[in-house]
Design a protein around this ligand. Sequence first.
Ligand code: NAD
Length: 459
Amino acid sequence: MSQFEEILIKKRAFFATGVTKDVNFRVEQLKKLKQVIKCFEPALMQALQYDLNKSELDAYSTEIGIVYEEINYIVKHLNSWMKKKRVKTPLTHIGSQSYVYPEPYGVALIISPWNYPFQLTIAPLLGAIAAGNCAIIKPSELSPHVSQVLTEMLNTYFSSDYLAVIEGGVETSTELLNLKFDKIFFTGSVAVGKIVMQSAAKYLTPVTLELGGKSPCIVHKDAKLDLAAKRIVWGKFLNAGQTCIAPDYLLVHKEVKEELIERMKCYIQSFYGQNSQAMAQNKDLTVIVNDKHFQRLIAYLDKSHILVGGGYDEKRLWIEPTIIDQVEWQHPVLQDEIFGPILPVVEYEELAEVIKIVNEHEKPLALYFFSENKDLQNQILQGISFGGGCINDTVIHIVTPYLPFGGVGNSGIGAYHGRNSFEAFSHQKSVLHQTTRFDLPVRYPSFKYALQAIRFLMK
Ligand code: NAD
C-alpha cells in the first residue's frame, strides 16, 4: 500500500466515525482554522513575499482577509445550511412528505494553483470542512514557501486523521488522482483540468473544476471612461496580471479607444510609479512566478506595438504593466491565456461584432462590460455565455459570498463561495417519507381502475 493510500484510509476511517458530521465539530474546526491562520499571518505574509513578492496590502486583501471573511460568513450560516430542507410533495404522493438532506461526500481532494496560493487552497477547504468532509490538500509546487506554511499550519494543528497537506508536483498530484476520493476540487489550468476529470471518471468521482481562459473586457463608447480606466487597470495589473479572472484582452469602441488608453496610462502611473524607472525601483510590486512564465510573457512583447509600458527586469522577474495594440487574432497573445501584466487592445465599431468575436472563443471564466446603457448590457448578458463577471467593474465579483463563483464550458464546472462552497462538498440526499396510515391502491396492477386513476392524476 502506498503512503498516500494509507493517509487516505486513515481519513476514511475517521469519516466513518461520524465525528465530522456534527455541526459543533465543523464550527469548532472553522474557528480554530481562523485562529491558526492569525498565528501564522506573519509567516504567511513572508511566504507570499518570497514566492510572488506580494505586498502586505495585496497579501492581506486578496489572500488572508478574504479567507477570514469567508470563515465568518460560513460560521454564521452553517447551522441553517445543514438543516434538512422540506420541499413540496405532489398530489400523486398524497400522505407523504419530502425532504432534502445535505450530507458530506466523505474524503475530498483539493488541488490548488500558485497565483493566490493561500486563498485558493483555504477557500475550498472551508467548503469541505463546512460540509463535514475530511480532506487531503495538494498545494502548488510553484509557490513552495506558501505550501510549506500550509503544511506546517494544517499538519501541526489539525488531526492527521482529519486533514493532511501533501506537498509535491505533477507526480504527487498524479499519484493522488489515482486514488478513489469522494470529491475532487481542482483549481488550475484548462489542460490539467481535463486530466483531473479523466482521473475522476475512473471512479465517477464528482468534480468541481475552477479553470482559466481568456476573459474579455469590453468598453463601449458611452462608458464612464475615467472610472472604466481606473477599474480595468486595477483588475488587470493586480498580482501582476496573474489572476484567473483578470481582464485578458480589451475590446474598446473605436471612438473612445485613444482616450481610454490615455486614462489607463495615468492610472498605471498613479498606482505603480511615474515611469519605468520608478516602477522598477518599487520593491512592492508583485513579480512573475518563475522564469518559464517570465520568458513566455516577454515573448509576447516581441514585435508587438507597445502603447504603454513594455519594460521588464529579468533578474527580479518583474514586468511593467503593459498595453499593446494592433495585434492579429492569430497572435498567441490573443489565442492563449496571458496570465501576466500585458493587455492587448482590439477596437470595434459595432457591439454585434464583439458578441460574435467572444462567442468564437471558448466560454470565458469572466467577462466585463462597461456601458451606461441597460439595453446594451442586456445584449451582452443574453448574447454571451461566461462564468461570471461585472457590469462597469472588473474582478470584484469574486469577493462576495452571495455570488457563486465558477466557470462554464472550458472555464470550469461547478461553483463555490459562501453557501455554494458548502454545496460543492455536499450531496443533496432526497428522501420521501411515506405515510403508513393508508396505502392508496392506484399504482398497483391489481387495482381495477389503476390506468384510469393514473391517467387522471398524471395528465
Ligand atoms: P496548473 O494547472 O499548472 O496547476 C494546478 C495544480 O495542478 C498544481 O497543484 C499542480 O501541481 C497540479 N498539476 C500540474 N500539472 C498536473 C498534471 N499533469 N497532473 C496532475 N496535476 C497537475 O495551473 P497553475 O499554473 O498552477 O495555475 C494557473 C492556471 O490556473 C491558469 O490557467 C488560471 O486561469 C487558473 N486558475 C483558475 C482559477 C479559478 O478560480 N478558476 C484560479 C486561479 C488560477
